[in-house]
Design a protein. Structure first.
Length: 255
């Protein structure tokens, strides 16, 4: 569910993952950056074509026509594939989104796939109509989760991602040796996915929210595994230990 600018994911394990929804302002800031990049790339291509056409006329009669055709195809790919390409390889971000510190994720908090990125951007041409993203803006304003039409089709949502300087990268920390080996048969795949989502996203949370979420998930898992965990950062180390031990069983799957 969502409330105001907050986006809360209720997991099957009765654990909440909280995100801050990206509004029109931050999304247009990201869009402005992306459009600027597209314009610069398109302008460079245009200048290159202008310079090459006179030389190509001396090659073959159709060379200049092929060159113009290649330019048109390049502009089409630039306009149509730019957003889907970057959202696929940058885990839901384009250069503009990275600058604005926002990211596209699935409705359940998981990263977007190539299919999701393509699906949400196929509707971009409709969201742009009749100009200045009028359809998209109206959709965002009337949506509880600030969704444009492409987000409805792909099942995605755009959230803020605030960087925390003191937060360590996910794979930097090693499993704390003070934690015992737990019975991983008690941990479900859904619970592992919740832990994985939190560990991958924790660097984007405000410190207070990060601490609260770690405590909620750790409390749930400590009760199930019969462990004793007291306070942060032990809660995160506990979740890291579960993550590593579960992965070693080979029961996880790549998403």
């Amino acid at each position: 569910m969502s409330s105001g600018e907050n986006f809360t994911i209720e997991t099957p394990e009765q654990t909440s993952l909280d995100f801050s929804l990206a509004g029109i302002g931050s999304r247009f800031l990201a869009l402005a950056g992306d459009l600027a990049i597209q314009f610069v790339v398109g302008f460079v291509l245009f200048i290159a074509i202008i310079l090459l056409i006179p030389a190509m006329r001396f090659a073959t009669p159709l060379a200049s026509q092929w060159l113009v055709g290649a330019f048109i195809l390049g502009i089409f790919l630039l306009n149509s594939g730019y957003f889907a390409f970057f959202e696929t390889i940058w885990n839901g971000q384009t250069p503009g989104k990275r600058f604005a510190q926002i990211r596209v994720i699935k409705d359940d908090g998981r990263p977007v796939s190539a299919y999701d990125a393509i699906a949400r951007n196929l509707l971009r041409v409709v969201d742009e109509m009749p100009g200045l993203y009028a359809v998209g803006v109206i959709s965002i304003l009337f949506s509880k989760r600030s969704k444009r039409l492409g987000d409805y089709v792909a099942g995605t949502v755009v959230v803020h991602e605030k960087k925390i300087q003191e937060a360590r990268p996910f794979f930097e920390a090693k499993t704390d040796a003070s934690f015992s080996a737990y019975d991983m048969s008690l941990v479900t795949l859904e619970e592992f996915n919740v832990i994985e989502t939190f560990l991958n996203r924790r660097d984007s949370f405000d410190p207070s929210l990060r601490t609260t979420m770690a405590a909620k998930i750790a409390r749930r898992m400590s009760e199930k595994l019969g462990a004793s965990v007291a306070g942060w950062p032990q809660t995160e180390k506990f979740l890291e230990a579960i993550y590593e031990q579960f992965r070693s069983t080979g029961r996880f799957h790549t998403r």
